[in-house]
Design a protein around this ligand. Structure first.
Ligand code: TYD
Length: 224
């Protein structure tokens, strides 16, 4: 059976990637493609437990603050399980896998944001993920200012609705997100074949159209 196709979505919190992933899923399914979606951290039973440790701010009170290296290791434990349980079997069955965040997030957030450096993240990726690379990465990079504003609004909404601060957003300062943004820029420049950066603040519809064009050109049988 032909190997499927592995696409990841990347960007800052609030970059709109989750909406775009849903739109692309619908578009591919309308063309009768088998699509498997997942998000990181999360997606497996182990991953969901890791996610709640990482993202539920309440865990801080019981566990104490998670150190940057422990955070990195947990992200990779989650990823290794997702590769084993979901991503490789799906690719082997010929499916298109759409993953909301992958190792570029670790490089941007832990490597850049937490200043652990890219080398350590890439070495972890080789060791723990068998260096499994996406065929295509869609990096949504609207301006830093608009991403931050959107993420803050979402965080306030979540806090009101669920009484939680799940995405930890307010706890990171602007300098952190500047470093994350710059790390994403570095990755896009370094791996320009794999990573397609969409930098504008266009409408959801326009960006969806751009993404469909990129995906069609990468997978010739997907011409819409
Ligand atoms: P999530 O609620 O999924 O946010 P988003 O919709 O923006 O993806 O939270 C994921 C958070 O975890 C986000 O702030 C990025 C962070 N993260 C890392 O720091 N390293 C990683 O390797 C991954 C996958 C995510």
């Amino acid at each position: 059976m032909a190997r499927g196709y592995f696409i990841t979505f990347e960007g800052l919190d609030g970059s709109g990637k989750t909406t775009q992933l849903r739109r692309l899923t619908a578009w591919l399914e309308a063309q009768s493609h088998k699509v498997i979606t997942l998000r990181q951290p999360g997606g497996t039973a182990l991953g969901d437990r890791i996610r709640s440790i990482l993202l539920d701010s309440r865990s801080e009170s019981t566990l104490g603050a998670i150190s940057p290296l422990a955070e990195m290791a947990l992200m990779f434990a989650d990823r290794a399980q997702a590769i084993h349980e979901i991503i490789l079997p799906a690719l082997e069955s010929g499916a298109i896998v759409l993953c909301d965040r992958y190792t570029d997030s670790s490089e941007a957030y832990q490597g850049g944001g937490r200043q652990l450096g890219s080398e350590r993240i890439l070495a972890m990726h080789r060791a723990v993920c068998d260096n499994l690379q996406p065929d295509l990465t869609l990096l949504l990079l609207p301006s830093l200012e608009s991403s931050l504003a959107r993420a803050r609004r979402r965080n306030q909404r979540n806090a009101k609705q669920k009484g939680t601060d799940e995405n930890r957003f307010e706890r990171e300062n602007d300098a952190f997100y500047h470093r994350v943004y710059e790390a994403y820029e570095t990755i896009a420049n370094r791996e320009s074949n794999r990573v397609v950066a969409i930098r504008n603040d266009a409408s959801i519809e326009d960006i969806h159209r751009q993404i469909c064009e990129v995906v069609s050109s990468r997978i010739p049988v997907l011409v819409s």
